[in-house]
Write a protein that binds this ligand. Structure first.
Ligand code: MIC
Ligand code: MG
Length: 303
């Protein structure tokens, strides 16, 4: 399956994600911070992907404070969803504004190919959910944004993220999530829960509601496996920034090597070869497709 054939997806991404969520088993969504990473994740067998605000902004050389725009995010969605053809859950931060901005964001990201977006109840400048001193929108203001998101969507799922557990406690986070579900959210993302007990207690409050767990590294959530999150009652799990972190570390080592040696030779064993890269991006499939189109156009023009 190449990028070009994936562009002609029969069924909208949101519908494909809904169908997958009906099936048993937790949906594992590794972060893919660009089209190439998306192709590699698909090759490894994943059925869906996550597009992280932290990884997109870091790729742009920016901190994750809500500085990027919906148009920036749409650029990433087009490559990740377009290249992989997989349903992509997309981090839309705070929706980049209030009700009307949220509507425009949801419409733009759905058009770009997203299967789901999540919107969080922080105010700007927003922070990584695993940091301290996050400032929250009022539950009513956030519910209004969720309602706006739902009005603007065609098939895309609207996931409401609550960052309230850290500052207001688990019960308040549960109360907020109930309100967001009443406003039309399809799924809930309880952010920065810190123990198995918390994950279970949150899930017990929402039987039948798809819940998303965030397994970010170096955060407040201790390391759990996908199977553990499934046993806690979660339908989706993300590893949001892992691909970016690994790539960033490798890049750091590459630049140090070139600066030190005046050559990249020491890093050759760590590199994907030209052949491997072309295989990943389907280089020769594109060339073959181009040749096929040229031949069929010529033969038609001779008829
Ligand atoms: C999930 C998240 O929103 C993201 O942008 O990937 C971040 C991840 C992180 O910073 O580790 C988050 O706020 O948890
Ligand atoms: Mg984020």
């Amino acid at each position: 399956m190449s990028y070009l054939s994936d562009l002609v997806q029969r069924e909208p991404a949101g519908r494909r994600l809904r169908e997958r969520l009906q099936q048993p088993g937790i949906l594992r969504l590794p972060g893919a911070h660009n089209g190439l990473a998306a192709l590699q994740a698909r090759e490894a067998g994943f059925q869906g992907l996550y597009l992280s605000g932290a990884a997109m902004s870091a790729s742009m050389g920016l901190p994750d404070l809500g500085i990027m725009t919906a148009a920036d995010v749409a650029f990433f969605v087009r490559q990740v969803a377009g290249a992989s053809g997989l349903p992509v859950v997309v981090d839309a931060d705070t929706g980049f504004g209030e009700a009307l901005n949220v509507m425009a964001t949801v419409a733009a990201l759905e058009t770009a190919g997203a299967a789901a977006v999540h919107i969080e109840d922080q105010i700007l400048p927003k922070k990584c959910g695993h940091l301290s001193d996050k400032r929250l929108a009022s539950p009513g203001d956030m519910a209004a944004k969720v309602g706006a998101a739902v009005r603007a969507r065609r098939d895309i799922l609207v996931i409401a993220r609550t960052d309230a557990a850290a500052s207001e406690g688990l019960e308040a986070a549960i109360a907020r999530a109930r309100l967001y579900l009443e406003a039309g959210a399809d799924a809930i993302f309880p952010e920065a829960l810190t123990s198995a007990e918390m994950f279970r207690a949150f899930a017990d409050a929402f039987p039948g509601v798809p819940l998303l767990a965030n397994m970010t590294e170096f955060g407040r959530t201790p390391p759990f496996t996908a199977a553990e999150f499934e046993s806690f009652g979660y339908a989706m799990v993300i590893w949001p920034v892992s691909s970016l972190r690994v790539a960033a570390k490798a890049q750091e080592e590459l630049y140090a090597a070139i600066a030190r040696d005046g050559a990249a030779t020491a890093m050759l064993p760590r590199m994907q070869t030209r052949a491997e890269l072309y295989e990943t991006i389907g280089y020769f499939d594109y060339e073959a497709l181009d040749g096929l189109i040229a031949r069929s156009t010529i033969s038609k023009s001779r008829q």
